[in-house]
Design a protein around this ligand. Structure first.
Ligand code: CTP
Length: 405
């Protein structure tokens, strides 16, 4: 890894300060980093700080003739092994998606022939806006690696996706570019799941009651995310259809965010065909039969409103009956009692090849460990309690073996 060169373009957002920590991590990994600071970025951080941390000159202007004589912008854009835009603002990504080159940063991004990674950070509404989502999709189609932002409280006081991922997570994505990682353009053909597409669902679903309330469950998404990451590590192309969670997207995984069960069902259908599907999501069984368009108010007479529920589609059962059914379908079963008996009944009722059953009467939901039973037509195999990451890799290896046979 050492000797690799990163060109870091620091955009204008409060998250610019996290670029300092990223520079430290890049250098700790033995790589060199040269920074370009946009006008917006310089509202939050000074060139002097970036120069001190990177021990390299910092570039800010396209019209800096001295630098042009020493290092032209074309050379600057090509000298690096990877260009990282962090934070990538909505404005910068819009310009990148449209090929606008009106500053040093955007000119470099247009002129480079090296892989480009964008790490978005912005207000939740800006991230969710159709224009930004369109630009992100366009960039991904153009081959830019766009990381998913984290979800959480924002500097602006709102909550949701849009936070810059932690510098450690960004660093892992950078490292993955250089070690033949799965986010890299060229997938490794020697890995056991190379050339396979695996669909994973994870997390809870949120079923709206009114614009501010919803029905949900305690799923954290950890087990599903770990499985998606493990499958990618084994070389699979992974589509992760995720309900609302606060986890970063595993390296090399394509994530599709949904909220409700019906949105999840549509995203699963859109992601097909797949060689295998692992349905880990804790889909809400019921939704309100019609969500109120405005906030439900207390009436003052002490009588609570009655929620009338409708059953959600069963995504797993629908998939198993579909003519697009993947060759291997795996369901999960969250049970609090008679775990194996319920799981076997579920397998026969819904039609997956395997059910991975877990006892959720303890703190499995949200916890870091899991003890599972693999229920198949051939019988039941029970695994000891172990970290969710280990369970995930063992499941991924088992999937690879099943697809190979
Ligand atoms: N599942 C699904 N769509 C639903 C409900 C569940 O695809 N509407 C999937 C889950 O992703 C999981 C499996 O079905 O792979 C079993 O989920 P679980 O919640 O344990 O089963 P339920 O169908 O809810 O059964 P029950 O409530 O009777 O335990």
């Amino acid at each position: 890894m050492s000797g690799k060169r990163i060109l870091l373009i620091v955009g204008g957002g409060i998250a610019a300060y996290k670029a300092c920590e990223l520079i430290r991590l890049i250098r700790k990994a033995g790589m060199a980093v040269r920074c370009v600071l946009t006008d917006g970025g310089s509202q939050f951080i000074t060139p002097m700080t970036l120069a001190a941390l990177s021990e390299q000159p910092v570039h800010t202007s396209l019209w800096d003739l001295k630098n042009e004589a020493e290092m032209g912008h074309i050379r600057l854009s090509r000298e690096a092994d990877l260009v990282v835009v962090c934070p990538a603002t909505a404005d910068l990504m819009a310009k990148m998606a449209n090929g606008i080159s009106d500053s040093l940063a955007t000119t470099l991004l247009l002129a480079t022939d090296k892989p480009v990674m964008a790490v978005p950070a912005m207000n939740v509404r800006m991230w969710q806006h159709a224009a930004t989502q369109r630009n992100v999709q366009r960039l991904r189609d153009d081959g830019v690696i766009v990381l998913d932002p984290d979800q959480g409280a924002m500097a602006c006081g709102e909550y949701g996706p849009g936070r810059l991922p932690e510098p450690e997570a960004i660093m892992r994505a950078i490292l993955a570019q250089f070690d033949g990682g799965h986010a890299a353009a060229a997938p490794r053909a020697d890995l056991p799941l190379a050339g396979r597409h695996v669909l994973v669902t994870a997390g809870p679903t949120h079923e709206p009651i009114d614009p501010v309330r919803y029905i949900a469950n305690r799923s954290s998404g950890k087990q599903g995310y770990a499985i998606a990451g493990a499958l990618a590590m084994l070389g699979a192309r992974v589509t992760l259809v995720s309900g609302p969670v606060t986890l970063s997207t595993p390296v090399g995984v394509t994530r599709v965010d949904v909220e409700s069960a019906r949105e999840m069902a549509a995203a699963v259908d859109a992601a097909l065909p797949a060689d295998a599907a692992v349905m880990v999501a804790a889909v809400a069984d019921w939704r309100t039969d019609s969500a109120a368009a405005t906030k439900i108010k207390k009436t003052g007479d002490g009588v609570p409103p009655t929620l009338s529920l409708a059953e959600n589609p069963d995504i797993l059962a629908t998939l198993c009956r579909s003519d697009k059914r993947p060759g291997l379908v795996i369901g999960f079963a969250a049970e609090t009692n008679d775990v194996i008996a319920h799981a076997e009944a579920k397998r026969l009722r819904k039609g997956p090849d395997w059910i991975i059953a877990n006892d959720v009467s303890g703190d499995v939901m949200g916890g870091d460990r899991n003890s599972v039973h693999i229920v198949t037509a051939a019988g039941v195999e029970s695994w000891d309690d172990q970290p969710k990451d280990v369970v995930a890799m063992k499941i991924a290896e088992r999937i690879a073996a099943a697809l190979a046979s």
